[in-house]
Design a protein around this ligand. Structure first.
Ligand SMILES: Nc1ncnc2c1ncn2[C@@H]1O[C@H](COP(=O)(O)OP(=O)(O)OP(=O)(O)O)[C@@H](O)[C@H]1O
Ligand SMILES: [Mg+2]
Length: 590
């Protein structure tokens, strides 16, 4: 990014394009802004005339009263316009931002998991929340007011020229200085805005990660270290803002000084002109000097604000650039499939599938497996072997690089994602729960799933009793990430989730962490119940869960080593036998 004070025009145009849906609002706001820009400068002209006519020359007093009434009415009109202006331009801004934010989040929802693997959540939060806030200002405080300021500048200068060109020249003498100051200021602000954004992002990411990982922080007694790091980041954040404030605090006094200089010049001019003139002639200058003193204020304020508003535009476009980058990212899984009603009550076959999360670090190598319809297949293998990866591919959360997967004879990639995911339910290894009720966590907000269905499913997997015991039962509010629920209980909720969706294919990825034997028994029973009559894949860490599986697949470093029933594999005395013996011994040691 360049240090130059400038605005990326194409980004700006794209931003403005979003106003299209709100044409009426836009024109109302433009009307208010422009009327205000002209009405304001008219007042000093009137006042100057009034002073000359009715005070200096002492004409008709009643007319003075009449014109004062007009000035007061103009003031009231301006106030009303100002109200309308600020209301409608904010309404416009919020409506536009609402649209962009919706589009942005909707777009992010389609990103494949790989994107979230490599992007810190905090920085996405920055994008959806604070970047868009800065963009809001472009519409509420930047754009319209720049137009208004420019117009009122033109209006003021024209009226000044029409009144007295010599006085006008006097007044504008300090303006080149002002423009210079403005340019320096704008440049300083731009770099501090960029710094500010980097710091806000750092802060968001840090806070988000550390609050999420609080248990780790406390477990390892890292509070002090992490707190120190936080202090550093917070300090950087403060510094970034202070930089901006510093530029501001220098700039505004400079502008004040320059406008006072203008007024001083006016008075000097008046004094020089007065020399050798009669009283009556001097008095005639009063009105003009009063008008010009008022105009000077109106001249400097827009110029000063222009710099300010320009900054808002700059900041907005810098942020918009980030937002558009995200909007343009095509990180989504290609949903090119057209088949909407594939029959999932068929076999699933993996044919020579190769997959790597990164480059060519194959996590699955030449993976071939046929799962018959209605069969329960268990995957076992060491941690990191690639078991969860297989289901990531089947759910198309990641794209596999080589080989094919078929449902019956239909290529997985030919099936629409929505159709695929409706038919395959996955109970993930770590169950994520939203801060919502038990009921909503099970239905995921689907109003078509009734409480009765939820209760029936809960009874089926044997979780009804424990849910009933929670305060409020199914309406119990779960804290973010599961809060007070145990790992086993969370997994049971995920089972109910899968069960109410009544999928054709069920995938259970067992949590690695050891759970108490009561929960284990519940989970085993639930597993047996859920896999009944469905094509199922069960990833098991406790081998006792899978004795009755139709097929056990042993995966090691992304390759299938053994396939067979429990008895067959035990007789083989290979990997599975070893694994089984090891676990059996461990359990007996405890
Ligand atoms: N999102 C990811 N990005 C990059 N590499 C990953 C990602 N997820 C997993 N891996 C890597 O892929 C390999 C297989 O991981 P996978 O999660 O499939 O193992 P697993 O067999 O399910 O292990 P576990 O029994 O511990 O659940 C591991 O080496 C892991 O480091
Ligand atoms: Mg896993």
């Amino acid at each position: 990014m360049s240090e130059k004070a400038s605005i990326n025009i194409s980004i700006f145009k794209r931003l403005i394009g979003h106003v299209k849906s709100y044409k009426t609002l836009f024109f109302v706001a433009v009307f208010c802004t422009l009327s205000l820009a002209v009405l304001g400068p008219l007042r000093p002209m009137l006042i100057g005339e009034m002073v000359n006519k009715y005070i200096v020359q002492g004409q008709d007093g009643e007319l003075l009263l009449f014109w004062s009434g007009i000035v007061a009415a103009m003031l009231l009109g301006e106030a009303a316009l100002q109200f309308a202006n600020s209301y409608f331009s904010n309404l416009l801004a919020q409506s536009v931002i609402n649209d962009i934010r919706q589009k942005l989040f909707g777009h992010m929802l389609s990103f494949r998991m790989r994107y979230f693997d490599k992007t810190p959540i905090g920085s996405l939060v920055t994008r959806v929340v604070s970047d868009l806030e800065a963009i809001t200002e472009v519409f509420s405080a930047g754009l319209m007011e720049i137009a208004g300021d420019l117009l009122s500048l033109i209006a003021v200068i024209s009226m000044m020229l029409a009144t007295n060109w010599q006085l006008t020249l006097m007044t504008v003498v300090p303006i080149p200085l002002l423009i210079l100051a403005t340019r320096i200021f704008a440049r300083a602000m731009r770099s501090s805005f960029q710094l500010e954004r980097v710091q806000v992002n750092k802060l968001n990411t840090f806070v988000q990660e550390h609050l999420t990982g609080m248990a780790v922080v406390q477990l390892f007694n890292r509070q002090e270290r992490e707190f120190d790091e936080f202090k550093e980041i917070n300090k950087g954040h403060r510094q970034a803002h202070i930089n901006a404030v510093w530029a501001n605090s220098i700039f505004f006094p400079v502008v004040e000084l320059l406008s006072s200089l203008s007024i001083a010049l006016l008075l000097v001019w008046g004094a020089l002109k007065a020399e050798g003139k009669t009283d009556a002639e001097i008095k005639l200058m009063y009105g003009q000097i009063i008008s010009f003193t008022l105009w000077v204020q109106m001249l400097y304020r827009p110029i000063r604000q222009l710099a300010d508003k320009f900054n808002i535009l700059q900041r907005g476009t810098v942020r918009a650039e980030r937002v558009f980058e995200t909007l343009d990212l095509m990180e989504d899984v290609q949903d090119t499939g057209t088949i909407k009603n594939c029959d999932f009550d068929q076999s699933i076959s993996f044919e020579n599938v190769f997959f790597a999360y990164e480059d060519e670090n194959w996590v699955l190598k030449d993976f071939s497996l046929k799962i018959n319809r209605g069969e329960t297949v268990a995957f076992v293998g060491a941690t990191g072997a690639g078991k969860s990866t297989v289901i990531n591919l089947l759910g198309r959360f990641y794209e596999y690089q080589k080989g094919e997967i078929f449902i019956g004879s239909t290529n997985l990639k030919a099936i629409q994602l929505a159709n695929l995911r409706k038919n395959i339910a996955v109970v993930l290894q770590d169950v994520f729960l939203f801060s919502d009720t038990v009921h909503n966590n099970i239905t995921l907000g689907d109003p078509e799933i009734s409480r009765e269905q939820v209760i029936a499913a809960a009874k089926e997997v044997g979780a009804h009793d424990f849910i009933e015991r929670l305060p409020g039962g199914y309406d119990y509010q779960i804290g973010e990430r599961g809060g007070v629920l145990s790992v086993g209980q969370r997994q049971l909720l995920a089972f109910i989730r899968a069960s109410v969706y009544n999928p054709h294919v069920l995938i259970l990825d067992e949590a690695t962490s050891s759970i108490d034997s009561e929960s284990e028994e519940m989970i085993q029973r639930a597993t047996a119940k859920l896999t009944e009559g469905r094509t199922s894949i069960v990833i098991a860490h406790r081998l006792s869960t899978i004795h009755s599986a139709d097929k056990i697949v042993v995966i090691d470093k992304g390759e299938i080593k053994e396939i067979g029933s429990h008895t067959e594999l035990m007789n083989l005395k290979g990997y599975y036998h070893n694994l089984y013996q090891k676990q059996f011994n461990e359990e007996n040691e405890v």
